[in-house]
Every structure is written in structure tokens, then in C-alpha cells.
Ligand binder design. Sequence first.
Ligand SMILES: NC(=O)C1=CN([C@@H]2O[C@H](COP(=O)(O)OP(=O)(O)OC[C@H]3O[C@@H](n4cnc5c(N)ncnc54)[C@H](O)[C@@H]3O)[C@@H](O)[C@H]2O)[C@@H](O)CC1
Ligand SMILES: [K+]
Length: 516
Amino acid sequence: MPLDPFPTEILTTEEMARADRLTIESGLPGKELMKNAAAALVSVVTRMLQTSSGRRVLVLCGPGNNGGDGYVAARLLRQARMKLRVGALTPPSNLRGDALAAAAAWDGAVEPAEACLLANADIVIDALFGTGLARDIEGKAADLIRRLNQYRRESGVRVVAVDIPSGIDGSSGAVRGVAVEADATVTFFRLKNGHLLLPGRLHCGELTCAHIGIRSAVLGEIKPQTFVNAPGLWRNLLPLPRVDGHKYSRGHAVVVSGGFSFTGAARLAAQAALRTGAGLVTLASPRDAMAANAPALTSVMLREAEGAEGLAALLSDARKNVVALGPGLGVGEATRRLVETALEPAPEPDAKRAIVLDADALTSFAGELETLRRLIAKAPGAVVLTPHAGEFARLFGDAANDGPSKLDHARNAARLSGAIVLFKGPDTVVASPDGRASILAAASPWLATAGSGDTLTGMIAGLLAQGMEPFAAASCGAWMHARAATLFGPGLIADDIAATLPAVWRELVGCLEAVL
Ligand SMILES: NC(=O)C1=CN([C@@H]2O[C@H](COP(=O)(O)OP(=O)(O)OC[C@H]3O[C@@H](n4cnc5c(N)ncnc54)[C@H](O)[C@@H]3O)[C@@H](O)[C@H]2O)[C@@H](O)CC1
Ligand SMILES: [K+]
């Protein structure tokens, strides 16, 4: 899998409909787009059939243009000597526009889809509903999809979805009643939100995004604000060490340690900040934890910082340009005071300090979003919040729940808090108060392990320390974190993530010595 498997922009279904419209208005007829879409689908289906001896394809066609793609694909596949059957949810004569023309050009038999025998097919093409899905699927269409899913699980027949598995909402990733479980999905021009947001992502199988003649120039008018979180989004902003640089020019991150029995989380974060490229990292430790931290650190520096006053004294050095806190701190007043201190203005007027708040730093403000928002508004630099779903719910309550998707909720949270919000999960969303958002396309199941979130906190701090633009730093941190887990794979524990970062850096920037 290439590091950038998809174009960077992600569209809602409305934005995609606009891209289609603008293209058609500019002179490329809808039926050409449909022909190109079907051709892209056919090349995926043909490739899949090459790995088996089967040639029998069943195309299930719905009432709109998604069904139209299905009829054109049926014609092209028959020309390629496949054995075709077509099942239709709506009699072909009831279709309209390009879909009607596509159905009329299919001169083979058409069976009612609900009565279609699913056996005897090597591949089933799901062309029932695409981005025009407007409500929950019910009745005979729902029964058909349930029957298809069950048959696929029992028989192993492969299902290829046209544009998006039928029943998945393209803008939110939600299942509208019931949704097709596909082995592969072929979409067009740009991914839609629903391809990457759960549960949609899990229904897509292997995802391909095909060029069908829509020019990227239409995006100038659409101005998408959602992006695939992959190197294409932030590679140009990656902080790279300079030959004439030194450790002080790569920033100095401070990570705040918990008490004697809770020091591991902050050490994981501190180590990760160094591996991500911060020039110096200091672990700020309460007095009682010094003895636990000291023997466990080598390249990370250790300073005693007792409570909020101790942290304030440490941060009076303006060169310390990032502070990360939360992991292992405990929930309560003492942690709130630490957060207040971290968010206080920098010691010198022009100095900037970015702040990463995670775990207990967030939960200590449960139900007190307004208090945190006021502190963030006065902060001496960008603030990044990195909640998982539980922390998100505790901090934002119902305030951020407007809209159907995790993407909406993360965007609301960023707007409400004034911070960059990284909403964790297999479909991690990073949202900026300015409206931009990224969705992680490549999660790793091995990341579900203790300490993995602490490591991510440190990685983002490490990128911020080097001056990376904050939305890019949070997105890049999430991607590198997932990539390290994918490269390490089975048996991963949190300590392995930082240890695998050199391999991730090598993939991203190759061998830096080449610049000498
Ligand atoms: N010119 C274009 O706009 C292009 C469209 N393309 C294809 O067209 C699709 C979008 O086409 P449409 O906008 O016609 O939409 P769809 O084909 O996704 O479905 C719309 C039809 O389904 C009905 N419908 C919606 N939700 C339903 C539900 N829950 N139960 C029963 N019926 C329901 C609607 O009344 C309408 O008849 C894309 O996904 C893509 O596959 C491609 O051919 C490329 C070009
Ligand atoms: K579909």
C-alpha cells in the first residue's frame, strides 16, 4: 500500500454532487462520467476475477445513477466475456436521465433483484444506492442487502460496491438501516467522509479511488475543508533537522510526570517527543517521583517541579516552547492548577509556547468546558486536545454532539474550545477551530494497548517543539503513530512505537545525509 493511497481532499455527498454538476456544466456529459466510472469498476472486478477461475458476475442495480453505473458495467463485463446476470430493484423503464439511457443500452435479461438467486455468482456488484441515499433502507431493498451479507459470510462470494456500499451514508459513515458489507469499493474522483469514518470504513473492504474525468480545478470552487490524513497533507510542513542546526533550534519540550506510582505514562510521552525530533525534552517531576524517574531516563532530562509553582518556575525559561501534560497526573484540583499554569502567558512577550492536553488534564475539566475555553483563549500558543471517546464525552458533554458524525463532533469541539481537537479512535479525526479537519485512513488494531495514547501526546509535542504548524503537527503525529504500529505489527506494546519511529522517518524523508 503506498503511503498516499488517495487524493488529499475528502468530500461530502453534497460537495460530490456539485463536482459532478460543475463538470457536466463545463461540457463533459454525465453519461461520459458514468462510462468512465463503470470502466474503473470493471478493471477492479476483472482483476479480482483473475485470482479465481470464476467468470460469473451478478449486478444488483438500484433506482438512480448508482444503478446506471451498474448497467454500464454489466455491458462492459459481458464484452469482456464474463457471464452476466442483472437484478433490478426498480423496473429499468422507471429510471431517469443517464441511468435510464444506461439501462436501455443493456439488452440482456433483467430479473427483479429481490427474487435474484445469489448462488452461482463469483462476484456480486452492489450498484443499489450510492451518494444519493436519502433515508434509511427498508422493505425489499433491506431484505435483499441482509440476504446478500449473510450469503457472503456463508459462501465467501466477493462483493464489490460501486461508489460506496449501499446503506452507508456518504457524509457521515453511518449505516442507514442496513448496509452492504463489501470486499472492495470503487469510488470516483475523491473519497467521501463515509469511506473513512466508522462504521462506513468497515463496510468498504479494499478502497480504490478512480479518476473519471472530473478535473481537480472544480475543487477551487467547492473549497473542501476535510482531508485524508496521510503524508500528502503535511509532508511539506515536516520539520527536518538542518545541517547547520543544533539541538536548541529543534525546540525544547516539557512533559509533566505523575506521582511516584504513576510515572511511566509521562516517560513514554517524553521518549516519543525526542524520537519525533524535539531537540531537548525535560521531564518535570514531582519531588516524590524523582527517585522513580531518575534511573529510568537517559536522553530525556529530569527536573524537579513540585506542583503548579514548580512547573511555573520551569516554564519561566522561554526556550521551553512546548508543554505536554495529562498522562498519569490523576484527576482533580492539582491537575487543574498544572493546566492553568501551562496555559498561562509565556514569560517574554514574543515567546510562544504550545500546549498538549491529554487524559487526566482533560478529565479534570469535565463539565467545565467554559473554564477551559477561557484559559485556552489566553494561552501563549496553539493548544492541542487529544481525547478518546470517554474523555471527549466527559469534557464536551452534549455541547459538541450536533450533527451525525464523529467529524461533526470533533469540528464542534474545536470551535467550542478554541483548540485543535484530535478525537482518537481507528478513524482519528483532527479538527481545527478554523474548520479544517483530517481523517486517518490507515489505523492499526495493534494500537489498542496501554500507553499508546501517552506516546501520541509526546509525539505531537515533539513536532510542535520543532515549530510545525499545529493542525499539521496533530495530523502528522496521529499518522506516524499509526504507521509505527503498522510497521511493528503483532505484539506491539507502547514502548515499541517510539522505537519504530526511525523506520517511519526513513519512509517519510529517506536518508537525510543525501543533502550534504
Ligand atoms: N453524473 C453523475 O452525477 C454521476 C453519478 N455517478 C453515480 O451516481 C451515484 C449517485 O446517483 P444518484 O444521485 O442518482 O443517487 P443513487 O443512485 O445513489 O440513489 C438515488 C435514488 O435512490 C432513491 N433512494 C434514496 N434513498 C433511498 C432509500 N433509502 N430507499 C429507497 N430508495 C432510495 C432516490 O429516490 C433515487 O431514486 C453515485 O453514487 C455514482 O455511483 C457516476 O455515474 C458518476 C457520474
Ligand atoms: K453502491
